[in-house]
Design a protein around this ligand. Sequence first.
Ligand code: CA
Length: 490
Amino acid sequence: MPLSNSLHTRGTVYGTLLNHRDALAALGDQVHAAPYKAPPKAPVLYIKPHNTWVSPGAAVVVPADAPELEMGATLGLVIGRTACRANVADALSFVAGYVVMNDISVPHAAVYRPSMRFKCRDGFCPMGPVVPASATINPDALTITVAIDGTVVHRSSTAGLIRPVAQLLADVTEFMTLHPGDVLAVGVAAGAPRARAGQQVTIAIEGIGELEHTLVAKTDVTTATTPAQPVFSLRGKTARVAYSGAIHTATPHATGVQLADGRVLAEADVEWLPPFEAGTVIALGLNYADHVKELSKELTVTTQDEPLAFLKSASALIGHRASTRRPNGVAFMHYECELAVVIGSTAKNVKREDAMAHVAGYTVANDYSIRDYLENYYRPNLRVKNRDGCTVLGPWFVPASEVPDPHNLTLRTLVNGVETQHGNTTGLISDIPALIEYLSGFMTLQPGDVILTGTPDGVVNVNAGDEVVTEIDGIGRLINTLVGDEIFNV
Ligand code: CA
């Protein structure tokens, strides 16, 4: 992968929480109390979405409701080749370069289920410069300093990592493949300094470089986006399929699918991909009242004053008729049938009454979870929600013009032909305009971004060999088959 001085990637930027010994120690006895109950068992990861990425020198806007922001200085690993189940011994060979990062947050007390509003605002992830990996750089012994207006106010070292870089890569790629262009931040030390509008921030990593940017006050000019422009490229009902060595856009045909070149093929003769290239994937937890009731016994925190939104990576997506791995030995893996809303035009500070104009269309999602891996740090953990192949999307992108009322659609899941889940989008706690108003209030949504709106009750365990059909009337019927570990040579 070519490396330049600034970072241009279509990949995913992941952060690692509580990977510094002092950051975990700062939690004290809380790690043994509710909601955490035990120290983290696996890497606790989160995603910094596209809207947060900015280059060195950027002016980062301090939101009006947060006078000070936390400067989360960290080292980012730039992935150079596909890393799947990397061994500790050769994990560093997957790293093409290193980048200086500022993982900015609105200060918040708990790491349990923090709101996306704290970490996903526009501009909250300045990155750069990038330097190529080399034998002279030991990523486990780098001093990191943060200076505010030229005075060093914080100092840490990657020597304090709980999981050193190679171990972190091995533990992350055990459940989630990292792709070229992805960036994995190794973790922020305790006591992240705070800065406010008007100040200059300099993060220096010894042997890597310096990242400088400023913080500016929120100006009041960006009260609304420019009028919605339909820039999302899909117009009609379409799928994306691989056939005969190429990727095609396909349209429905009475006997299967039709490619743009005229060929008509049976549904089973093509390889179905997610129906479009997804940008930021936002998922909603607990967005159907009946599902909240279903989970009420195990919910640690039941009060909710805003939608429970979290992020997934597009790399977790697979298409219709694909196979999803069910690890041997887990006790509870379940599907989630969800209406997926596809954003069609840039949305920032959009009001409820204007929100539907930003919807390009819909598709069906099956958002698998493996509850065995649920830990109460930054819940839900990516180990539960971002595993390879665990988010099924498709078969069709259906334009909004073909869906008269997205808030009255029947959803159902059938396991081996037996209906196990049944609901209707009338049951959404936060409806589509509410979600767009909420999300666009703190982050810019872009064409191709996807909102998975949550699942109704009726989630049950599924096993290797099961065929799982998630279906939404008027949108599509999405088929997936669960397979065991043996397929994957482990
Ligand atoms: Ca879900």
